[in-house]
Design a binder for this molecule. Structure first.
Ligand SMILES: NC(=O)c1ccc[n+]([C@@H]2O[C@H](COP(=O)([O-])OP(=O)(O)OC[C@H]3O[C@@H](n4cnc5c(N)ncnc54)[C@H](OP(=O)(O)O)[C@@H]3O)[C@@H](O)[C@H]2O)c1
Length: 225
């Protein structure tokens, strides 16, 4: 049964925000296509998604990976809206920054192309991050749309999560450029730390980090996966 409000796509359904969003969208009467990375060894449990109220009738799960941007095409076909939430999360910088950033940008632009091709997508919501705005060495109390994090500054100070900061900054810039060039309605959201209850099996990094700071466990807050 199709939801009365139409079908939307959420990328990164296995994650903290993606899974919460799916739950809320189902609750509000939408049909949802979500994407998770393929799992040939069947180690990942997606029963927390398939057990959600309304999921049997209105949730479809597809495999897609940002490393293969076209893999999102099928999940986006026929959707009225797309929430691009998935992102490479490599806080320990296991891969070179350039690799992470390329995957993030190519994946996001592939998703936007699929949205144009689908001809049904009215709006795309891209989840950016405060780390795309504030890491620029500028000593001001308030920052708005005019501010961007600075890749060279991040490279110079080498902060924890540096490659994530660069990938979020350059991906949001690429997403906004694409939307302007092709007239696609794209909204970017800039969360700082998202904290609260979660339905995914993995302990969300932002919740763990925040709790660690509350309990004074600074070294733990920067050492988790
Ligand atoms: N949580 C926060 O406080 C916060 C703050 C600011 C911005 N954000 C942004 O919000 C979004 C969601 O964050 P989150 O906290 O929910 O993170 P999360 O729980 O780590 O979720 C990230 C999602 O991205 C997927 N993903 C990673 N690499 C991928 C790839 N190569 N191809 C396809 N999917 C891939 C993950 O899949 P797997 O499960 O397979 O790894 C997971 O579903 C991100 O864009 C993040 O930058 C979050």
């Amino acid at each position: 049964m199709e939801g009365e409000k139409g079908r939307v796509c959420v990328t990164g359904g296995s994650g903290f925000l993606g899974s919460w969003l799916i739950m809320k969208l189902l609750d509000h009467g939408y049909s949802v296509n979500t994407t998770v990375r393929s799992d040939p060894e069947h180690k990942k449990d997606v029963s927390f998604l398939t057990a959600l109220p309304g999921s049997a009738e209105r949730l479809q799960i597809f495999n897609a990976d940002l490393s293969n941007p076209e893999s999102f095409n099928v999940a986006i076909e026929g959707c009225i809206g797309v929430f691009h939430v998935a992102t490479p999360v490599d806080f320990q910088d296991k891969e070179p920054e350039e690799v992470v950033t390329k995957r993030s940008i190519d994946g996001a632009l592939g998703i936007l192309k699929a949205c144009l091709n689908a001809k049904t997508v009215k709006r795309v919501v891209y989840t950016s991050s405060a780390s795309a705005v504030v890491v620029n060495g500028k000593d001001v109390e308030e920052m708005d749309e005019r501010f961007w994090s600075d890749k060279d500054y991040i490279k110079a100070i080498k902060p924890y999560m540096g490659s994530y900061m660069i990938s979020k900054t350059l991906t949001e810039r690429a997403v906004l450029e694409f939307s302007e060039k092709f007239g696609l309605d794209v909204v970017t959201v800039i969360p700082s730390f998202v904290v609260g209850p979660f339905i995914c099996p993995k302990f969300p990094g932002s919740v763990k980090t925040t709790l660690a700071l509350v309990f004074g466990m600074y070294s733990f807050s920067i050492s988790h996966d």
